[in-house]
Design a protein around this ligand. Structure first.
Ligand code: C2E
Ligand code: CA
Ligand code: CA
Ligand code: CA
Length: 278
C-alpha cells in the first residue's frame, strides 16, 4: 500500500532468509496479527463479459504488520497452512466477507456474490460446513451470495471431498475450482464434484496473445466447461485483446486489472452504489 511498507518488506525478506527462523517468526507474527487486528480484506470485481455488469467480488486477504509493512499472501498463506493457523485466518475471512457483502446489500448496492478462497488444509481439517453456516447465520447473508473457491489439491481425499462438497452445496452456496488447469489432477473429478464454476488460471490468460498453445488451451477449457454445463471465469485479464479473445470464445466472466485491482470496501461502494432515486 504505502511506499514505506514496500521498503520494510524488502528488509523483512532479507532478514528472514533462514527458512526455519523465517517460518517461526512468520507463525508468531500471524498469531499476534490475528489478535491485534492486522488483517483486512480487499475485494476484486468479477464482471459478466456480455453485460459488463458486476456478478461478484473475490475476497483477498491483506496483512499489514507494524514493522514489516504489507506482507504478501503468497508469503504467509503457505506458513499459515503448514502451522494450521489457516483455520483461524479462514474463519476471519469467512465472517468478514459475509458481513461485508450483507452490509453492501443493506446499503443498496445491487446484490452480487462474494467469493472466499479456501485452502486445502482448511477444507480437510476444520469443520468447514459449521464455520460457513455460522458466518451465514451471524451475518444474515443469503447463502446464494457466498461462493467458495477450492483448488484441485483438495482432490487428494477424493471421496470425503465429494461428501464435504455436497454438504456445502446443499446449504445453497456456489462452488468454484480455482487455478483450474495448474494442478496435476485427472479430469474425472469434474463429473464427481458438485461444482458450478471453473476459474481459468491467470497463467493461461496472460499468454493468450503471445502463445497459440495457451490460446488453444483457454478455448478448450471454455468449451469443456460449457459442455459440462459449468460456468467459466478467466482471471488475470489485463488487456483489451485478452478480453476480446475471451468474449469471442463465449467465456462467461472475467476478473483482472483491466477492470479493477482488488479494492477496499469503500471503493467498491463508490463504484457500484445505484443512484438514490433511479
Ligand atoms: P488467487 O486466489 O489465484 O488470487 C488471484 C491473485 O491474482 C490475487 O493475488 C490478485 O490480486 C491477483 N490478480 C488479480 N487480477 C490480476 C491481474 O490482472 N494481473 C495480475 N498479475 N494479478 C492479478 P493476491 O491477492 O496477492 O493473492 C495471492 C494468492 O494468495 C491467491 O491467489 C490465493 O491463493 C491466496 N489468498 C489470498 N487471499 C486468501 C484467503 O483469504 N485465503 C486463502 N486460503 N488464500 C488466499
Ligand atoms: Ca482465488
Ligand atoms: Ca486463482
Ligand atoms: Ca493462483
Amino acid at each position: 500500500v504505502k511506499e514505506e511498507g514496500k521498503n520494510s518488506f524488502q528488509f523483512f525478506k532479507q532478514e528472514m532468509n533462514d527458512s526455519v527462523s523465517r517460518k517461526s517468526r512468520l507463525a508468531t507474527g500471524l498469531r499476534k496479527g490475528l489478535e491485534q487486528g492486522e488483517f483486512f480484506l480487499q475485494y476484486q470485481p468479477q464482471i459478466d463479459i456480455k453485460t459488463e455488469r458486476i456478478i461478484g467480488v473475490e475476497a483477498l486477504i491483506r496483512w499489514e504488520h507494524p514493522e514489516w509493512g504489507i506482507v504478501s499472501p503468497a508469503d504467509f498463506i503457505p506458513v499459515a497452512e503448514e502451522t494450521g493457523i489457516i483455520v483461524q485466518l479462514g474463519e476471519y475471512v469467512l465472517h468478514t466477507a459475509c458481513r461485508q457483502n450483507k452490509a453492501w446489500q443493506d446499503a443498496g448496492l445491487p446484490p452480487f456474490r462474494v467469493a472466499v478462497n479456501i485452502s486445502a488444509r482448511q477444507f480437510s481439517q476444520s469443520n468447514l460446513a459449521a464455520t460457513v453456516s455460522q458466518a451465514l447465520d451471524q451475518s444474515g447473508l443469503d447463502p446464494k451470495y457466498l461462493e467458495l473457491e477450492l483448488t484441485e489439491s483438495i482432490i487428494q481425499g477424493a471421496s470425503s471431498a465429494v461428501t464435504a462438497m455436497k454438504e456445502l452445496k446443499s446449504m445453497g452456496l456456489h462452488l468454484s475450482i480455482d487455478d483450474f488447469g495448474t494442478g496435476y489432477s485427472s479430469l474425472s473429478y469434474l463429473k464427481l464434484f458438485p461444482i458450478d464454476t471453473l476459474k481459468i488460471d491467470q497463467y493461461f490468460t496472460r499468454n493468450i496473445q503471445a502463445d497459440t498453445k495457451d490460446a488453444a488451451l483457454v478455448d478448450t477449457i471454455i468449451r469443456m466447461a460449457h459442455n459440462l454445463e459449468l460456468n467459466v471465469i478467466a482471471e488475470g485479464v489485463e488487456t483489451d485483446e485478452q478480453l476480446a479473445f475471451l468474449r469471442q470464445r463465449h467465456c462467461d466472466q472475467a476478473q483482472g486489472y483491466y477492470f479493477n485491482k482488488p479494492l477496499l470496501p469503500a471503493d467498491i461502494e463508490r463504484l457500484y452504489r445505484l443512484p438514490v432515486d433511479a
